[in-house]
Ligand binder design. Structure first.
Ligand SMILES: [Fe+2]
Length: 127
């Protein structure tokens, strides 16, 4: 396989790995940072999904390894997801829920690289 093609092929799992690590980071941060009675179930759901999201990052990481590529390290992660960042107000769980939805939708196109979440993030209704 030509080197250019191999490098192009490796870019997709590298992107998937970065996206999953970004999700892990924000799930962990929000599982700690959110506050208030309404946040209890969201925090629990986010914390319980951290290991699954780590597994999602391992899958494309393993694919990169098989393809002879380099797995992105901390200086190459380029986290750019704004919507799942911990909000200014720890009571603002809506912004986090919207971020979770956006994160899930943004990884939909990468589904062939990882299994669909079996447990998913089961967020409680907002009302
Ligand atoms: Fe994931």
């Amino acid at each position: 396989m030509p080197e250019t093609s191999r490098q192009e092929i490796i870019k997709l799992p590298q992107t998937a790995c970065r996206m999953e690590l970004k999700t892990v980071t924000n799930y962990l941060a929000n599982s700690i940072f959110l506050d208030g009675v309404d946040a209890v179930e969201v925090k629990r759901a986010l914390a319980s999904d951290v290991p699954e999201e780590l597994h999602h990052a391992q899958l494309p990481g393993n694919r990169i390894q098989q393809l002879g590529g380099r797995i992105p390290g901390s200086l190459e992660l380029n986290f750019d997801q704004q919507s799942l960042l911990p909000p200014e107000d720890p009571l603002n769980i809506v912004s986090v829920i919207n971020g979770v939805v956006e994160a899930e939708q943004s990884t939909e196109e990468l589904l062939p690289l990882r299994p669909r979440s079996t447990s998913g993030l089961h967020l409680p209704p907002l009302v």
